[in-house]
Design a binder for this molecule. Structure first.
Ligand SMILES: [Cu+2]
Length: 469
């Protein structure tokens, strides 16, 4: 195990070089070396040590799988196996994944590469891998029962095909899918263009991650695999905010972000402070005349989307799913709405029985972001994340694109919080305000009510489910 750690320490320092170019013929007849990852850190880009060069991607809280060249064939070794994934500091999950992590490592190849992938199954049941979006021979498509026998536990199968078109792809099992994908079996695949492509621009930074959801009860470790819609963890690459790394870029960089959705619902992904265009979909690069500017793009289930923008504006820009429940963590659900309910009497009565009881949510839920409320072991507060001005009050599918003038080219390290220039931040208005005269008029109604308006009846739901009148 320690040699594995040293291996990656070396990888980090060297900026990525891994696979050995000269391997003996005897070794080439054996399986490619099993490379495994034991952290959820964002690995530095893997600069191709062998094969044709390309501009590598950075996998958010993930890594790229090293390969070896064998007579011109790029050989990879994926191992399907149970893994422990840190969802965010404070919570670990027992998932199924590849090579030590879920999602599995990103596979990066160049258009036209012949690729051979050895898949060893160390799961307790059979599996396959489907290479989502690829053009390949039918028998390499990885649909268990349809195009191949299932890969039994303990066996290794080989997939061998040419990466025919450039673009953004995914891989996942096509065997006991409901269980295996709910358990986290998925990975990213990028095929870089072999030469200049009219619809593929060179970029300075190229990020990728998968959208995945889990249902893990607070205090437990294993996802509930039968959950259809009511998930409680919404992840970028099996991480939730504040555990998701920021995307750190240099001002005026051209930035590409590739996303694939292997969850059970769509995710409208939203970027602050910039407009982007979708430059690629599941089917490949989008012709330039077919692109339009957006600030949110919906990534439906099974889809991949590549967005691109020029990071013109310095700052810490939020980047998140716009379904507000998807920026909340496990503890935010199944809680009654208590906004506007006076809980003082109730809290006092409960405190006689349970001294540590706190009345929650009377003024909204924002207090919960700042409060260190007691929660069970191995789960996460519904929201949190300390920013420079307090709690960010987010969880789930949320991170930050950090744009900095002084970020060095190729430097992906977190530059810290943005310092707003004087006079460029929202500020408090302290001049006394006069009451507007709205209460004494009929307002802006085009047809004022006849006679005396009736006051609406208000029903208040009290804790315990009694509706008061
Ligand atoms: Cu979402």
């Amino acid at each position: 195990m320690s040699s594995r750690r040293d291996f990656f320490k070396h990888l980090g320092l060297a900026g990525g070089a891994v696979a050995s170019a000269s391997v003996s013929p005897v070794a080439l007849a054996a399986l490619p070396e099993l490379v495994s990852m034991d952290t959820a850190d964002t690995a530095p880009p893997l600069l191709a040590p062998t094969g044709r060069p390309y501009h590598p991607v950075v996998t958010l809280n993930g890594w790229t799988l090293p390969w070896r060249m064998n007579n011109g064939v790029k050989e990879f070794h994926l191992v399907a196996e149970p893994v422990v994934r840190e969802i965010a500091p404070g919570m670990k999950a027992h998932l199924w994944g590849y090579n030590g992590q879920s999602p599995g490592p990103t596979i990066e190849v160049v258009e036209g590469d012949r690729v051979r992938i050895f898949v060893t199954n160390r799961l307790p049941e059979h599996t396959t891998i489907h290479w989502h979006g690829q053009r390949l021979p039918n028998g390499m498509d990885g649909v268990g029962g349809l195009t191949q026998p299932q890969i039994p536990a303990g066996k290794t199968y080989v997939y061998d095909f040419v990466a025919r078109r450039p673009g953004t792809f995914m891989y996942h099992p096509h065997a006991d899918e409901m269980v295996q994908m709910a358990m986290g079996m998925m990975g990213f695949w990028v095929t870089h263009p072999k030469e200049h492509h009219p619809f593929i621009d060179a970029v300075d930074r190229d990020f990728c991650f998968l959208l995945a959801t889990y249902d893990i009860d607070p205090g437990s470790y294993t996802p509930k695999v039968h959950t259809m819609l009511d998930f409680n963890l919404f992840t970028f690459n099996s991480r939730v905010f504040p555990g998701i790394d920021s995307l750190n870029v240099r001002q005026n960089d051209r930035v590409r972000i590739r996303m694939g959705n292997l969850s059970m619902t769509s995710h409208p992904i939203h970027l602050h402070g910039h407009e982007f265009v979708v430059t690629g979909t599941d089917g490949g690069p989008v012709p330039k005349a077919a692109r339009w500017p957006e600030v949110t793009t919906d990534v439906a289930v099974g889809q991949m989307r590549q967005i691109e923008f020029v990071a013109e504006a310095e700052g810490d820009w939020a980047f998140h799913c716009h379904k507000s429940h998807h920026t909340m963590n496990a503890m935010g659900h199944d809680v009654p709405t208590m906004i506007g309910v006076d809980q003082r009497g109730v809290a006092k009565q409960i405190n006689d029985l349970i001294p540590e009881y706190m009345a929650m949510g009377e003024r909204g839920m924002a207090d919960m972001g700042a409060m260190e409320m007691p929660i069970p072991d191995n789960t996460l507060p519904m929201m949190g994340g300390q920013g420079p001005f307090g709690s960010v009050e987010m969880g789930g599918m949320f991170t930050v694109v950090k744009v900095r003038r002084h970020q060095k080219p190729g430097d992906y390290l977190n530059p810290g919080w943005y310092g707003h220039p004087a006079g460029s931040r929202a500020y408090e208005w302290t001049v006394p305000m006069a009451e507007p005269p709205r209460a004494s008029t009929q307002g802006g109604q085009s047809m004022p009510a006849q006679g005396k308006p009736q006051l609406p009846e208000v029903n208040v739901r009290k804790p315990g489910g009694h509706a008061g009148h």
